[in-house]
Design a protein around this ligand. Structure first.
Ligand SMILES: CC(C)[C@@](O)(CC(=O)O)C(=O)O
Ligand code: SF4
Length: 758
């Protein structure tokens, strides 16, 4: 009998190779090959681990860095966090990470390391990111690593703790979407423009519950750095992960990186990696075709990454949208952005330009921007033009090429590596009402600074905008022929030299300052969930309520998980001067004590993975959130903390709104999955996944459940070690020989530009 194997997608292949246990309730314990850590989303996870007295199961499979809080001003080496980090909360967060990595012997690239940088930039640079691996991080832009054919996604802090303890996560199988990009990108159009165009086409919830595989000739011809920018913003399309099948370009990039496999293991790895593609005939849940030829330089006009328009276009009017929800979002966005419908995009003046972030702060991005600013001066109307490399390695490589000089001569500030103005957790932030052209990934309200206004753009458009002082069509602003711009965008990475001769910090070597606060203990993750909730409902008429709106970034420097209710919806609740906005629902006496929050628009909780959003909602007193739909990471984070989320369709939403209009409270009974009015009459039924319901009602800690079957994890590790030994071996060898050798011979000194970095 001839048996044919069922064709599988790339996602299915990687997923299947990491299943530790498939449980009856549809959940899967999935093994994690690589865990990236940064200072913002890890402290509460380390505290949880301490309160359970658990060790980190696989320290060498972790890699930590400080990136969000770090100043980008000149670094006097050796850097002392206690003086260099001037903001006390930032300092504490970085020092807390430093203490934790030392306790658990986790490899750490701190402020004294020449390889410090944004977590999603340094993973690939080091060769920590490998094809076919599973990679997680308490950060939504972990999707970046999918560019290597790794299954990589953002998780919340509860899951970070679970990974520390078990080196696994609990997931369900996701849907699979294919975005096929045909045609060719025109000159001056980058993968960033393409991705914003895709998000504009499928929407910020277009990829919810899905892993997006990008395919087609345009993707094949794309450099690794462009692929990373593309996959990076998969989360802005709502997807769990972005994925690109690895090819020769991928292997070439990975080869010789400090943590990549070597010798016979490189050959074995390559053999395995070469079967990482979607089989012909494999089934996708959804396929979207994009014609790249039609993509122009693309910019955002509003406060959601789906609110895009081509640079030659104008600000839309609410009536331009058929959908009523989109009309309302447009109205709100125009008001926030201070824009009038019909204004040409190229007539919009900006105050600041930012080239940086995990989307666009790699060497290729600075090369292309430098081509445009070379020999020119930034507009005198600009208050600031900021170029912030994604890592120390990017910075030095750019400096070797003289790119820093080009930027500085043009009037840009050339800074040290970090997240910087993407989120402004350090001192780089917008002032109220300042307008910024930014190569980052989120244009959410107040993301770059309270009441700041963000237009997302490509590095090329950012550079042209800096020169012109208004949003600019890069194709008109450069004396280069468009083919040259195009070539620059796809500049080959093979020019970069690989490896050797630089210093690196490791846990043994770093001088680590002592933290000033003790860890906050947290009890086991059991819940006293009451299956009936009763109370009043606060209604917010908005769609795409992002976690930046729920829990503004300025509070993300906390290392606590309690007492965050005051921060909830801060920017919607208060004016920049601190005065309460009387018309905001939660400032009204009757709604201050509501148990339910109803968002009338879809995609509640989109954007950042920050679990603080959930902790703040609970601390404020909410026990249940209603919305037409929720973003994946937020959905997951909520249930892990015992916050019930209920999806309601338009009919049920209208009924709840009606009941609230009559001054009624409502009741939710989780056991029966019903929604009742105050008198107990049925409003409607709701669906909920079986395992989620059980999770809430039983309230047994997930970590304890996973550890109860620890033999299955041990067995998986044994089998994986035999089948794909390079996954563990490459990091062990890398840290213990190559990178450590670099450290031993030399003292940490001021970083000198050198061409020997990569
Ligand atoms: C930690 C936080 C500031 C974050 O990096 C988290 C995230 O995206 O998940 C963000 O960009 O919002
Ligand atoms: S999105 Fe911004 S803040 Fe978040 S990791 Fe990327 S650069 Fe850092």
């Amino acid at each position: 009998m001839i048996t044919t194997k069922k064709p599988r997608t790339l996602y299915e292949k990687i997923f299947d190779d990491h299943v530790v246990v498939e449980r009856d309730d549809g959940t899967v314990l999935l093994y994690i090959d690589r865990h990236l850590i940064h200072e913002v989303t890890s402290p509460q996870a380390f505290n949880g681990l301490a309160s359970r007295s658990l060790p980190v199961r696989q320290p060498t499979l972790q890699l930590a860095t400080s990136d969000h809080n770090v100043p980008t001003t000149p670094r006097p080496y050796p850097v002392s966090p206690s003086t260099y980090l001037r903001l006390p909360a930032s300092r504490l967060q970085v020092q807390t990470l430093e203490r934790n990595v030392r306790t658990h012997k986790i490899p750490y690239l701190g402020l004294n390391s020449r390889r410090q940088g944004i977590v999603h930039v340094i993973g690939p640079e080091l060769g920590f990111t490998l094809p076919g691996t599973t990679i997680v991080c308490g950060d939504s832009h972990t999707s970046t690593h999918g560019a290597f054919g790794a299954l990589a996604w953002g998780i919340g802090t509860s899951e970070v703790e679970h990974v520390f303890a078990t080196q696994t996560v609990v997931v369900t199988r996701w849907g699979n979407m294919r975005v096929e990009v045909g045609g060719a990108l025109a000159g001056g159009v980058s993968s960033k423009d393409l991705m914003m165009h895709i998000i504009g086409t499928i929407g910020t919830a277009g990829g919810t519950g899905m892993v997006i595989e990008f395919a087609g000739p345009v993707i094949r011809n794309m450099s690794m750095e462009s692929r990373m920018a593309l996959c990076n913003m998969s989360i802005e399309a709502g997807a769990r992960a972005g994925l690109i099948a690895p090819d020769e370009m991928t292997f070439e990039y990975v080869k010789g990186r400090p943590l990549a496999p070597t010798g016979p293991q490189w050959k074995d790895a390559l053999k395995y990696w070469k079967h990482l593609y979607s089989d012909p005939g494999a089934l996708f849940d959804k396929t979207v075709r994009i014609d790249a030829t039609a993509v122009m330089p693309t910019v955002t006009w509003g406060t959601s990454p789906e609110q895009v328009v081509s640079i030659t276009g104008s600000v839309p009017a609410p009536e331009d949208f058929e959908d009523l929800v989109k009309q309302e979002s447009c109205r709100q966005a125009l008001k926030y952005m201070g824009l009038e419908a019909g204004t040409k995009m190229t007539d919009i003046t900006v105050d600041k330009v930012f080239i940086g972030s995990c989307t666009n702060a790699r060497l290729e991005d600075f090369r292309i921007a430098a081509q445009i600013v070379r020999g020119k001066r930034i507009s005198p109307n600009l208050k600031l033009a900021l170029a912030v490399p994604g890592s120390g390695a990017v910075k030095r490589a750019a400096e070797c090429e003289g790119i820093d000089t080009i930027f500085k001569q043009a009037g840009f500030q050339w800074r040290e590596a970090g997240c910087s103005l993407c989120v402004g957790l350090n001192e780089d932030a917008l002032l109220p009402f300042e307008r910024c052209a930014s190569t980052s990934n989120r244009n959410f309200e107040s993301r770059q600074g309270t009441a700041g206004r963000t237009h997302l753009v490509s590095p090329a458009v950012a550079a042209a905008t800096a020169i012109r002082g208004t949003l600019a069509d890069v194709r008109l602003e450069t004396t280069m022929r468009s083919e040259e711009v195009f070539e620059a965008i796809y500049a080959s990475e093979s020019e970069e030299e690989v490896e050797s001769g630089s210093e690196v910090s490791d846990p043994e070597v770093n001088a680590i300052g002592e933290p000033s606060a003790a860890p906050v203990a947290r009890g086991l993750q059991t819940s006293a969930y009451s299956t009936t909730i009763r109370g009043s409902v606060a209604i917010i008429e908005r769609s795409n309520i992002d976690t930046d709106a729920i829990f503004p970034k300025q509070f993300c420097t906390t290392i606590e998980r309690k007492g965050l209710g005051d921060c909830l919806f801060q920017n919607l609740r208060y004016y920049p001067d601190g005065k309460p906005k009387a018309d905001f629902i939660l400032n009204q006496k009757d709604h201050r004590n509501a148990s339910f929050l109803l968002a009338t628009g879809p995609n509640f909780g989109c954007g950042s993975s920050r679990e603080h959003a959930v902790w703040a909602l609970q601390d404020f007193g909410f026990q249940c959130i209603f919305a037409p739909s929720f973003a994946d990471i937020f959905y997951n984070n909520s249930f892990k903390n015992g916050l019930l989320l209920v999806k309601l369709d338009a009919v049920l939403i209208a009924r709840v709104v009606e009941a609230v209009g009559l001054g009624q409270q409502v009741q939710v009974n989780l056991a029966d999955q019903v929604l009742l009015d105050e008198s107990g009459s049925m409003i409607g039924r709701f669906d909920i996944e079986k395992h989620r319901k059980k999770e809430l009602i039983d309230g047994i800690g997930e970590i304890e459940v996973s550890l109860a079957t620890v033999e299955s994890i041990e067995n998986f590790e044994k089998d994986r070690g035999a089948a794909r030994p390079w996954i563990d071996q490459s990091v062990r060898d890398g840290w213990s020989s190559k990178l450590a050798r670099e450290v031993k011979g030399r003292k940490q000194t001021r970083a000198q530009p050198t061409s020997l970095e990569w």
